[in-house]
Design a protein around this ligand. Structure first.
Ligand code: G3P
Ligand code: MG
Length: 248
């Protein structure tokens, strides 16, 4: 594992693998991102009932697969049986719900940077932060650029910090809180990731002046991307890979 270093933020990051181009948090999504020239993607990682790190946004599998139930109550063996693609269209039928290890191998082989959002099932914040960080350190051992870990959960992010301090971290917020700088310092983060709808130009200026990287999600209009990049925002996370060019 390389020492902690600033993550080289590309101007655009594909949201949930391939944004709106493919089923979210699947390898088909990452393939779509690469096909559109993207060099970085975000994905959501949580724990199965038997503590395997895998990709899923929601607490339950219902919306994005042909299964039913809470992820926290399903083993990886049963999650692996699900079709996570057909809901997005017949062309994606049979797409698997990937493990974090599947995605780590694919992204590294393709030279794709990964922003790993730690998305704990309710009540599993500490163990999810710890196990995702440990798995990331194992999967990226020897890699030139580590993944960037982020989370809305400060409990999960602190657990990741404690488990593997060397991995770069970003705190995710819906709105920039008054204590943002103290929180970033405490959790030794390199970046703040914020909803673009709530960010002000003044906040962007202050965050950049303090030396942090700044990413905004989920920006699906080119004009808005240009506006906030003009405020100093380093990177935007998008569903519209077709609208936002991969090169700035
Ligand atoms: O990491 C940015 C973004 O993914 C956060 O929102 O709900 O899409 O995970 P969500
Ligand atoms: Mg996410």
């Amino acid at each position: 594992l390389q020492l902690r270093s600033p993550w080289p933020y590309p101007a655009v990051v594909a949201h949930r693998g391939g944004g709106a181009m493919a089923p979210e948090n699947t390898l088909a999504g990452f393939r779509a991102g690469i096909a559109h020239g993207y060099r970085a993607a975000e994905c959501d990682v949580k724990l199965s009932a038997d503590n395997v790190c895998f990709l899923l946004h929601d607490d339950a599998v219902d919306r994005t697969s042909n299964g039913q139930g809470l992820a926290a109550e399903l083993s990886m063996a049963s999650l692996a049986q699900l079709d996570a693609g057909a809901w997005k269209g017949a062309a994606f039928a049979g797409e698997a719900l990937p493990t974090f290890a599947n995605v780590a191998a694919y992204c590294q082989a393709q030279g794709m940077l990964l922003n790993v959002e730690i998305k704990p099932c309710p009540g599993r914040e500490e163990e999810t932060g710890r196990l995702v960080a440990q798995e990331a350190a194992r999967l990226w051992a020897g890699a030139a650029i580590p993944p960037l870990l982020s989370s809305f959960s400060d409990v999960a992010l602190r657990a990741a910090q404690h488990a593997v301090p060397a991995l770069p971290r970003a705190w995710l917020v819906e709105e920039v809180p008054a204590n943002w700088q103290a929180m970033l310092q405490e959790m030794d983060c390199i970046a703040l990731h914020c909803d673009h709808c709530t960010l002000t130009r003044e906040q962007a200026t202050a965050i950049k002046a303090a030396g942090y990287q700044l990413l905004c999600y989920t920006v699906n209009e080119l004009a808005r991307a240009r506006e906030i990049i003009g405020w100093g925002v380093d990177s935007v996370c998008t569903d519209r890979l077709d609208l936002l060019p991969a090169a700035r």
